[in-house]
Design a protein around this ligand. Sequence first.
Ligand code: FAD
Ligand code: NAP
Ligand code: SF4
Length: 674
Amino acid sequence: MNNNYPHMLAPLDLGFTTLKNRVLMGSMHTGLEEERGGYDKLAAFFAERAKGGVGLIVTGGIAPNYAGRVHAFASQLSFPWQVKHHRKITEAVHAADGKICMQILHAGRYAYHPISVAPSKIKAPINPFKPFALSSRGINKTIKDYANAARLAQKAGYDGVEVMGSEGYLLNQFLCHRTNKRSDKYGGNIENRARLALEVVKSIRAAVGKEFIIIFRLSMLDLVEGGNSWDEVVQLAKWLEQAGVTIINTGIGWHEARVPTIATSVPRAAFAQITERLRKEVTVPLVATNRINTPEIAEQVLASDQADMVSMARPFLADPHFVAKAANGQREQINVCIGCNQGCLDHTFKLKRATCLVNPMACYETELRLDPVAQPKAVAVVGAGPAGMAAACYAAERGHKVTLFESRDELGGQFNLAAQIPGKEEFHETLAYFRHRLGDLAVEVKLGSHASVSDLAGFDARIIATGVKPRTPPINGIERDNVVTYQQVLRKEVTVGPRVALIGAGGIGFDMAEYLSEAHDSATLDRSKWLAQWGIDIHYQEGAGLSERDPSAFDSAREIHLLQRKTTKPGKDLGKTTGWIHRAVLSDRGVNFVTGVSYEKIDEHGLHIRQGETTSVLEVDTVVLCAGQESNRDLVAELEAQQLSFSLIGGAELAAELDAKRAIRQAAEAAMAL
Ligand code: FAD
Ligand code: NAP
Ligand code: SF4
């Protein structure tokens, strides 16, 4: 038994096969499934995770037929000629001593194409396409298609399949009244609504025999009106066990639920109690999911008997070697997933290849490589924000001798400010990771050292990562004492009054509004409070786990006006999967969104604005500037004058649309080019 995380690292005997530990890498669509040559890249992607010691991998969702595809060009496994692609994956994973299941995902009414099908002809609120109701012939054909996909998956060498029965996809749609209005044997009472899921599982079991893993991802908490009750969830789990599933995985919330389930502001392991409760009802191994992102949390869930396994998906984008590092006592070397969704889900929903903000190599294993160099160089990196810290680590990883200059007394740049925002506490993990990594790689770190060109002349290569400075817009009265920058506020250099106007409603304006309106301690750090604030009743006193929201969700510490000159919806450019959460939180707290303004002046009365022909005064105590940034390129002209070569990355290269994802990705590219 391994003394580090003994529960997490304990093997799990499934009777006919044994998993080497209790960690399941949850299903993630990477986008490689549909790319030309994508299966070779997927093979490298999964093999790296298998090498990193994970117990069982589940692939992204593969449709069993055309109607079930998530979008028109999404992957499907229905024909023998497709098997060879999947074999690349299974062979690579098995060669790395791993195990892998293929997820079969029928999107039902979530399919983003015109020939989608569902139990009933009811459009999903998040999809413009209205589905056709499946006929009984269509149902029989769908069951056969599932079995066929599983049979082909077995032929391709997978160790099993996962049947996606949660998150509001087809089987979940059949399971719930919300979407199932049928009057035949597949609709009505729970026995009928469960029929399709059970027939699918039984037909797969008949097709693949006894010694093949079947995981069923069961929605244990639908979080939508018309979702199932706890008694129905328990009943379903018991029937699934009898139908022959090997493992039940947990699904939390439909995609259309208006409750966050995996964002960074969701507390760690927020939903593990649900799996724990089901554990008392069935004997089949259960997997807990959602916002489990460190070995401590995984260990805690398992040691307290909340589940037999833990599923982590995004943490394996952030660090393929999560399990091996935990086992080897290298916890501080784990690059922890911060739940931002910026590189992964936000990409997937825009049909872009997934990657990871903190690990740009994810899904680019064959393209973005930090190979060792034959001739190490002396490399200077200027600025220790996300771009500079990452560039220094990546260059050192290749074998270069790196010196990192930072003006301030701490590493991290603006990311330190981001981590101050309630709900973004996870960002501290990235700062800690890079801090450790710099030490491990023996990078010479010079804090409190504002680099000048003379400091840089003696190096073979220079990477300039000097970041950004807040923009000061030319508004009459901007120099007044009651006008401050977001940096001054977050560094606690100024006092902010009870009535505030925020100039600029971009990512930082939204974050400042959350920071300044927060009336309590961050609920992200208090699971019960967070659940209550979002109206999640894990005790299921009412159906589907929804209840009245705790009134503290609507408290605000200040009167806040959030302004922008554009007339577009505020927060339009925030993350695709998280923007709605920020808008909802600020609306709940009564923040006044003001669009289409021009700023006239600031005086002792407050902020004078114009909207069309109308002028008005926002009577505020403090005006906070969140009006974007400008690149900090103080060194550039001088370096050029002295004909010293350099590469520019992060905010120093381009301030517009800067985020840490781009900053870190550019760091990897600059290190690769050295
Ligand atoms: P910076 O972080 O600006 O770092 C530049 C560093 O260079 C600084 O530490 C500076 O002191 C140093 N420096 C400058 N000149 C010199 C010199 N001559 N010598 C030595 N050192 C020098 N991004 C996201 O992706 N997701 C988010 O959710 C997110 N939230 C945010 C929330 C807030 C409140 C803020 C302020 C930012 C947020 N960001 C977020 C943005 C993110 O922090 C930036 O995109 C990122 O920090 C930019 O990285 P950088 O390394 O290019 O620049
Ligand atoms: P931003 O998103 O570009 O927003 C800048 C805001 O300032 C806009 O609302 C803009 O709106 C306003 N503005 C620009 N020029 C102005 C001027 N001259 N006078 C008055 N207002 C002006 O930049 P940011 O909020 O500073 O964020 C910086 C980066 O950090 C972003 O690109 C973002 O990716 C990243 N970030 C991300 C998150 C996240 O959750 N993913 C959170 C925080 C920050 P108008 O032009 O309409 O007035
Ligand atoms: Fe996690 Fe963010 Fe990376 Fe996605 S992009 S895996 S949420 S750290």
